[in-house]
Design a protein around this ligand. Sequence first.
Ligand code: GDP
Length: 443
Amino acid sequence: MAQTVPQVVLVGRINAGKSTLFNKLAERGIALVSDIPGTTRDSNYARIDWRQASFTLVDTGGLDAATLGTVEIQVQERAYRAIKQATLIVLVVDGLGMVTSADREIAKFLRRTAAPTILVATKLDGPRKRRSVSPELYSLGLGEPHLVSGVSGAGTGDLLDAIVRQLPKGKRRAVPEPESSIRISIIGKTNVGKSSLFNALIGDERMIVAPEPHTTREPQDTTMTYHGTRITLVDTAGLRRTKHRRTALEAVSAKRTEDMISHSDICWLVTDISESLSAQDHAIAELARASQNGIIVVANKWDKVSDKTPTTIDEHEKRYRQYFTGMDWAPLMVVSALHHQRLRQLMDLTLKVHEARQRRLTDTQLQRILSDHAPRKAAPRKGTKSATELELHQTGITPPTFSLKARHTERIHTAYLNQVERALRTHYDFVGTPIIMNMHKKR
Ligand code: GDP
């Protein structure tokens, strides 16, 4: 077999629970990419795609050191070859049983092979069983055991994470590194104060800020560093109303603005708080939403609002929320570009949104979301168990993307997906970022 992807080899005694674990890992890794052609799987090999890394999982069949003497001689030919070619070895032991001399023999053999080894104790379906696991496992010299259940799948996501972490970097499929620079598009209709905001932040007079509209013709980029993060601000030329007064120049600018958004991470949707919101504000918000960028709604010209009371901001926020529906997750930041008011807070919030977009939750955290915070209340049907048949995994970042796996996807309503999203947002900080919820069928 050509070794184009890393090989992760499962070894263990007969009856240790290896095949069940193999099937569970294969099911989890493959189901997420079931629409990718060429995904192969047979009883001994499974191609696993997990968190943008790919590897081949190899099941060696059982090693039986106890009856056959020393491991070096007796491991079946196939297992021996697989171990020699392995990038990483996973030694599976029965978590319910005692550590046997065969386990020790195998561990000893593996400690001498070139590939690193991960120790896994399986058959541990619940916390009670996990607590009763034999302390002798720690004496095998293979580090802390990963406690899993091949039947329920408990701990297998964390195990896949651990496997992927151990694969040599060069052998993983290119995984985009977390971005340490942020690209922000300043968007909004004409005259809301985009250029003023840009200018107030950049602190020079490069931009033409003038009372008459359309003074900014070209999108502009400027890079700065804020708290160690590189931030590129892109001032767009303003999205023009397409129906009225559409000149060739404006059409080009609008198209370019759309392109800019598609290359950005976060949009500052600038509006004029002293005026009522218009269909144009709404249309621009929709563009940002479609791009899956993070969004901060910037309510500029706060200085123009007269007769302020302690509740004025809340009243405006209510008005904004009613107008920009379906993006409650986008925070509202009230500023004055003219008076340089709350600009630092805007920058700080931007860093938080950037962090939220890169947030990754573990399977354990996600399973807790399902069991504790979004239990499925649907009336149990014949043959279904409620929440226990569901799995939640994170499959991506920027924006955070999740996959809800269920045996009967047709029985999961959108309302439930929304409930899961709400629970995610309540318990973890996903401020300013959309969350993508996908559904996959569990095999
Ligand atoms: P753009 O078309 O969105 O880039 O808007 P500009 O930055 O050119 O600003 C349009 C007008 O609004 C200019 O006359 C600015 O001086 C004014 N302006 C911008 N920000 C503020 C603000 O915070 N307060 C007040 N009072 N005026 C502002």
